[in-house]
Design a protein around this ligand. Structure first.
Ligand code: NAD
Length: 519
């Protein structure tokens, strides 16, 4: 109860009904500038994964409420589109200031609902904040192009205009960062927005919406709906929604991609991952082992850029010993506990799935270097904890290799050469992130050139680009053409209009019947 009331004190006060011990607060909708109670008949419990406490209840938005959200966004669009871009940017300047002010409250909400440690939760908020900072400079990214005199006295220029109403569908693992990948860029480009946070942890998104309102964002520019498959299908089908940003699993992503594309919408889908690290024999041992342990087990492996697989070139035993030595020392506990290195996984089902993938690996010949399955966390007997787990002797035909595990499990493979390691990675269906650890520039250069993965780290374990670049996962990890944030993000949220103009004192006389060519 203490955590619950801390979480909802001040920030969040408008977006949740007041909590009481007997009934957890309901998460509100944001429709046309008003935070409202849903009339839904069905509600889902938002559960603290460290304690099983029901933190809040999230409604399955009704059809009428969803339509009202889209209508509010549509109504707000003309005036918002015509608001000068410099003015639109100023809302982002204010929003970034408010996010900084409330960083700790946002992080506490993330920890309470998602489970990650408070320090990691601050990182979740901070990486989203950086997109808001980038959105403050949208004007330079939204500039058009101009060519004078494409034909005699004729000029052509292109302008980037907003699309209209756009929507975002979020996953559970970054409850603050991913909403911030979506609506700040979309609205600063001149669109209005309907956001659907993850039903597992909507709290941070609600607080961000409250901060956007405090920053003065006009009513209807940002709207929030809740729910699962039904509301997502409504987003895919609604004729007034022009573009959809999705982040989440392959299954949902490909469903949304095909359903919304059939309605002619623009879509960007960031999906699952299996990020491999390659460790060369010449890699710096200490730095490499520390990087691998942080990237594999941080956030309990529930990061789309977690390193979940490592390929050791030329022998793995010493490396595996080093990994175990470090991983065994990590403190697994509730994210609010001081000194916790990793928290619980999101749900009992996620924990069961992780266990069954580990077991299937062992049944097919993998070896346990470290077993985190029977971990007991004092004071949190009900938590969904999985301790750091390391499997060696893994081969690409194993189920545990083919599936995204999304837990604190590191798979170890071996290759004789760098070429063989690259071939393994390029055969994997995903292309989100990868990293090489080496002291050889030539090996790094070869890897960077040959690897078919969208985000590459060279002695950097989690190479998530800052928002002046874009998040460039590829192959099975992405569907669409234009990536999240950066220049590609602005391109996603705008369409090009090309104008060809002629201003002359005297126009030529007579009818020209031939197709115009430049003269
Ligand atoms: P999820 O696909 O279960 O849920 C994501 C969203 O889709 C939620 O809002 C959910 O309500 C909705 N949804 C789920 N199933 C649906 C269905 N059948 N029909 C319509 N909507 C549906 O994903 P998750 O478990 O919340 O998130 C974890 C996944 O997200 C992992 O696969 C992870 O790799 C991926 N992820 C990818 C990135 C990236 O940038 N590539 C970033 C973060 C997370």
């Amino acid at each position: 109860e203490a955590v619950r009331s801390r979480c909802y004190s001040n920030v969040g006060a408008a977006t949740f009904s007041m909590p009481s011990i007997s009934s957890p607060p309901g998460v509100k909708l944001l429709l046309g500038g008003k935070f409202l109670d849903s009339q839904a008949n069905e509600w889902i419990d938002v559960v603290n994964p460290a304690t099983q406490e029901v933190v809040s209840r999230v409604p399955l938005t009704t059809g009428e409420e969803f339509d009202a959200a889209v209508a509010a966004a549509r109504q707000a669009y003309p005036a918002w589109r015509d608001t000068p871009i410099t003015v639109r940017q100023r809302f982002m300047f204010k929003l970034q200031e408010l996010i900084r002010r409330d960083m700790d409250k946002l992080a506490l909400s993330v920890t309470t609902e998602q489970g990650k440690t408070l320090q990691d939760a601050r990182g979740d908020v901070f990486r989203g904040l950086e997109v808001v900072e980038q959105a403050c400079g949208t004007v330079t990214m939204q500039m058009g192009e101009y060519v004078e005199n494409v034909s005699s006295g004729i000029d052509t220029y292109s302008i980037r205009q907003p699309l209209g109403v756009c929507a975002g569908i979020c996953p559970f693992n970054f409850p603050a960062m991913i909403p911030l990948w979506m609506f700040p860029m979309a609205v600063t480009c001149g669109n209005t927005f309907v956001l659907k946070p993850s039903e597992k942890d909507p709290g941070a998104a609600m607080m961000l919406a409250e901060l956007a309102a405090e920053a003065g964002l006009p009513a209807g520019v940002l709207n929030i709906v809740h729910g699962t498959n039904d509301v997502v299908n409504r987003i895919c089908d609604h004729p007034d929604i022009k573009a959809i940003s999705f982040v989440g699993s392959d299954k949902a992503g490909m469903h949304i991609y095909s359903r919304a594309a059939a309605k002619g919408k623009r879509i960007q889908c960031n999906m699952g991952a299996k990020n491999h690290a390659v460790v060369m024999p010449d890699a710096n041992p200490d730095a490499t082992l520390n990087a691998l342990v942080g990237a594999a087990f941080g956030a309990a492996g529930q990061r789309c850029m977690a390193i979940s697989t490592v390929v050791f070139v030329g022998g793995s035993t010493t490396w595996e010993d080093g990994l175990r030595e470090r991983a065994v020392k990590l403190k697994v506990s509730a994210g609010i506990e001081p000194g916790a290195d990793l928290g619980p996984v999101i749900s009992k089902q996620a924990k069961e799935r992780i266990f069954s993938l580990v077991q299937s690996g062992l049944s097919h010949g993998a070896k346990l270097v470290l077993d985190g399955r029977d971990i007991k966390v004092p004071g949190y007997v009900e938590g969904n904890f999985v301790g750091p787990t390391i499997l060696s002797n893994v081969t690409p035909d194993m189920e545990c290799y083919k599936e995204e595990i999304f837990g604190p499990v590191l798979l170890c493979l071996e290759a004789q050469t760098l070429e063989e390691a690259v071939a393994i990675i390029n055969r994997n269906k995903y292309g989100n992130g990868t990293a090489i650890f080496t002291t050889s520039g030539a090996a790094a250069r070869f890897f960077q050139h040959e690897i078919d993965v969208g985000q590459v780290g060279i002695n950097v374990p989690i190479p998530v680009p800052l928002p002046f670049f874009s998040f460039t996962g590829s192959r099975g990890s992405f569907a669409g053409d234009l990536n999240f944030y950066g220049k590609a993000g602005v391109q996603f949220f705008t369409q090009i209009k090309t104008v060809t103009s002629q201003w002359k004192e005297t126009f030529s006389k007579g009818v020209a019947m031939a197709f115009p060519t430049s003269q």
